[in-house]
Design a binder for this molecule. Structure first.
Ligand code: ATP
Length: 285
């Protein structure tokens, strides 16, 4: 488990990006991390993978602080669609994979080479000469092959074509269908990951404002439509009007929703719409 305690991160001029966050990331779960541009997702994920070390609070992996136990970093892999390899960009892919195999003790080198082949990427090409999408794919292949307990994908499908995105998410779901491994995926393309994640995290205004298991979310998130001016006595997170029809976006206990009676039409609220309602529209209130 990764445990985050009282995490606060400020950049220059005291601008707080993360404010006193407490969070536990459990084994065997697949977390979707959502938030608006600039919400602090990458900052949080880089802190978890010890790439940003200047923060207040404590991050522990299996009970030990990650800053004090370098070994824990062998178990936490961070990959991003815009990772650049700096000096190593001149290296051939096979060499880069071998470097990763030194970093992550369970790295599946043969599996990674097979994935390169599957995506028609030539293993003796230099990283710097890959197309943008193939650079992303290479990074993702590292994440899939690292066999880390914790793997963090930051905007994984950015820049991938539709076929490669589909292929990646299929591999992703097969790889992380494992009760010992945990993945965190930060993305803006919410509907693309909705079917794969087990937990929803929403980061907004420097806090985790929503942290729920997907099955609980599905039991509680509904769109309720009323034609006769009635408003359900439920936790309403947003509303729209369509002529005389009122549409209420609701997040509440299933038993309460089941009891609202036959004057309303009820349908499921998808995660993207839910996100827009609780994060996007509150600024307009
Ligand atoms: N090195 C840095 N120095 C100063 N400010 C930074 C730095 N890195 C990020 N920030 C600021 O911190 C805030 C959060 O950035 P971050 O990249 O973590 O957000 P994000 O949620 O990943 O955004 P996006 O979805 O747009 O990628 C932004 O306002 C950003 O400008």
């Amino acid at each position: 488990m990764i445990e985050i305690r009282n995490l606060t991160k400020e950049y220059e001029h005291g601008r707080e990006v993360l404010g006193d966050i407490d969070l536990k990331l459990e084994r065997g779960r697949i977390y979707g991390l959502f938030g608006r541009n600039g919400a602090g997702k990458t900052t949080l994920l880089k802190i978890l993978s010890n790439q940003i070390v200047n923060y207040k609070g404590e991050i522990s992996y299996e009970g030990e602080k990650i800053t004090e136990n370098r070994n824990s970093l062998k178990h936490i892999c961070y990959v991003s669609s815009d990772e650049n390899y700096g000096y190593f960009e001149n290296f051939e892919l096979v060499k880069l994979l071998k470097n990763n195999a030194l970093l992550y003790e369970n790295f599946d080198l043969d599996g990674a080479l097979a994935l390169l082949k599957e995506f028609d990427i030539i293993d003796y090409d230099k990283y710097k000469n890959l197309s943008r999408g193939n650079k992303v794919l290479f990074n993702l292949i590292v994440g899939l092959s690292a066999n880390c307990d914790f793997t963090i994908f930051d905007e994984p499908a950015n820049g991938l074509d539709a076929i490669n995105r589909t292929k990646f998410y299929k591999l992703f779901s097969e790889t992380f269908d494992d009760e010992n491994r945990t993945a965190v995926v930060a993305t803006h393309i919410i509907d693309e990951v909705e079917n794969y994640i087990t937990d929803i995290l929403i980061l907004d205004e420097s806090k985790i404002i929503f942290n729920e298991k997907i099955e609980d979310f599905e039991e509680k998130a509904f769109t309720i439509t009323s034609n006769d001016g009635l408003k359900p006595n439920l936790n309403i997170i947003g509303e729209d009007s369509l002529g005389t029809t009122k549409i209420y976006y609701v997040y509440d206990e299933k038993e309460k929703i089941d009891r609202i009676g036959s004057n309303y039409r009820i349908s499921k609220l998808d995660l993207q719409k839910f996100f827009i309602k609780i994060v996007g529209e509150k600024q307009n209130e």
